[in-house]
Design a binder for this molecule. Structure first.
Ligand SMILES: Cc1ncc(COP(=O)(O)O)c(C=O)c1O
Ligand SMILES: [Zn+2]
Length: 490
């Protein structure tokens, strides 16, 4: 047991309680601005001016919890939690100072601040000690100028944010670095947590397994049997996670993992855990940074469990609150028609949440019927004058293939977002002078059977308008020349 004497303001005392879940005794006379604190263990103080804590997203209580507490839902109303930041402390730096700091850090070698996520540590999870950060240099992904595709569809200022260009091939790395860092910090400070667990449509488990393996923490993943790609399946296996394939869908796996993690020894790593959202929110901030702090007009994002769109909005809203930007882009949530509960709810003006049994779709990572982060996504869409669009199998596969012809290599989920873009342009909703960003959530290399099926013309409900079948010929120069002439002149 150790004791420390601090001259502290009342606000700082409150912040300390969030930072140090193990404070067991607080004595002090705040008028004299002194406070004596007794700790079981003393955590390293980092970024001392900045703090974050959990609070109820519904606002049903003023109670708050430490980000190092094992808690996923509000114990009073059962709703989602969110991470709140001391924005007054963040506002002590001017917008210009924040921009300069983030510009200076991102992509550099100073661990962990070169990471796209940890370059914004004060805005993400300031209370975690630097030595507990588990980073693979996530973020800083390419914002691809889709010049040829944009010209073809009449929106030349079109960009694709390649979140799949990351350690495990999807945007999930952005959130998982934060969650696993918090777990490492908790374990280093005597928490009962022994392992991390998630339900997954493929990408979450790949990211959790990799970050847990990097930190040396056991990982357990629940996958819907036969519903994830082979590449996604082998990732957690290779990283040594305990991989359990359940004969159900994602929503069924989610029910099981919630039960398994009731015991505080196994920590829940799904996006209902709002630590993930803190990391994923950096994508919006990073896009704005990559445009030299200019705000695009639209951001289109494929959605399933609705964590990522909530995160995108949260990051942008923080920038606005800090005066770094003065308006928000309009957000578009894109769903596969076979798994479209948000789209259905949007038709009802979000009067109620719709839950369905999601049908099989090539966009398997968004085959989710009962989205956990629904209330956060509705706020994101309402506050940004957003839209929800859907794409069927034919539309998503052909949108991905058309964009591939212009140099991209799209996963089916990015195909859903691109198909939504094409529809909105055709309807005149998105206009030709506007700047549009499509978020590509995973790398196409994870979805090889989708790609080969498309070009072989075997995908169900898809007519492959841009199929590029393999040309098989004998090793005969004349036949080769004839074949080339026929193709190049056609
Ligand atoms: C590739 C890909 N795209 C999109 C999503 C949708 O993200 P969210 O479930 O947070 O809406 C997921 C994960 O579910 C994903 O793995
Ligand atoms: Zn509540």
């Amino acid at each position: 047991m150790e004791t420390a004497l601090f001259p502290l303001s009342q606000k700082a005392q409150i912040n300390l309680r969030h930072m140090y879940p193990k404070i067991t005794q607080v004595e002090g006379n705040t008028t004299q601005k002194s406070l004596q604190i007794t700790f079981y263990s003393l955590m390293t103080v980092q970024n001392t001016n900045y703090h974050a804590w959990f609070r109820c997203f519904n606002g049903c209580t003023t109670q708050t919890w430490s980000v190092f507490d094992v808690i996923y839902q509000c114990p009073h109303c059962g709703g989602l939690l969110e991470v709140a930041h001391d924005e007054e402390a963040l506002k002590q730096k001017s917008a210009e100072e924040w921009k300069a700091l983030l510009d200076k850090r991102a992509g550099r070698n100073h661990y962990p601040y070169g990471s796209g996520v940890w370059s914004m540590k004060e805005m993400v999870l300031p209370d975690v000690a630097d030595e507990n950060v588990v980073s693979t240099f996530e973020g800083n992904s390419n914002l691809f100028w889709a010049e040829r595709l944009g010209k073809q569809i009449g929106v030349p200022d079109l960009w694709v944010k390649l979140c799949g260009n990351s350690h495990t091939g999807s945007f999930k790395d952005l959130g998982m670095t934060v969650l696993v860092s918090a777990v490492k910090h908790m374990m280093a400070n005597g928490s009962p947590v022994q392992a991390v667990a998630c339900a997954s449509t493929g990408d979450t488990s790949a990211a959790l397994a990799a970050y847990a393996a990097t930190a040396g923490i056991p990982a357990i993943v629940f996958l819907p049997y036969n519903k994830v790609s082979r590449a996604q399946l082998i990732q957690p296996i290779a990283n040594g996670a305990h991989v359990l394939a359940l004969e159900t869908d994602f929503d069924g796996c989610m029910q099981i993992v919630k039960e398994v993690t009731r015991d505080n020894s196994i920590y829940l790593a799904n996006s209902m855990n709002s630590l993930r959202i803190e990391g994923q929110k950096t994508v919006g901030i990073e896009i704005v940074r990559q445009f030299d702090w200019q705000v695009p007009d639209w951001i289109i994002i494929p959605v399933g469990n609705l964590g990522n769109i909530s995160a995108l909005y949260k990051g942008l809203k923080l920038l606005k609150n800090l005066g770094i930007i003065d308006r928000l882009p309009r957000l578009v949530a894109a769903q596969a028609s076979k798994a479209n509960p948000l789209y259905q709810s949007a038709q009802l003006n979000f009067a109620r949440k719709v839950s369905i049994s999601a049908q099989s779709t090539q966009a398997s990572a968004i085959q989710i019927g009962d989205p956990v982060s629904y209330p956060k996504a509705v706020e994101a869409l309402r506050e940004t004058n957003g839209l929800v669009e859907q794409a069927n199998e034919h539309e998503l596969a052909n949108a991905a293939a058309l964009a591939d012809r212009t140099g991209l290599y799209n996963c089916p989920h990015t195909g859903v977002a691109l198909a939504a873009l094409f529809k909105l342009v055709q309807r005149g909703e998105i206009r030709s002078h506007e700047r549009v960003v499509v978020i590509s959530t995973a790398h196409g290399l994870k979805f090889t059977s989708f790609k080969t099926g498309y070009h072989e013309g075997t995908l169900p409900e898809v007519e492959s308008a841009y199929a590029n079948p393999l040309v098989v010929l004998p090793p005969d120069v004349d036949k080769v020349k004839a074949a080339l002439q026929a193709r190049l002149s056609g």
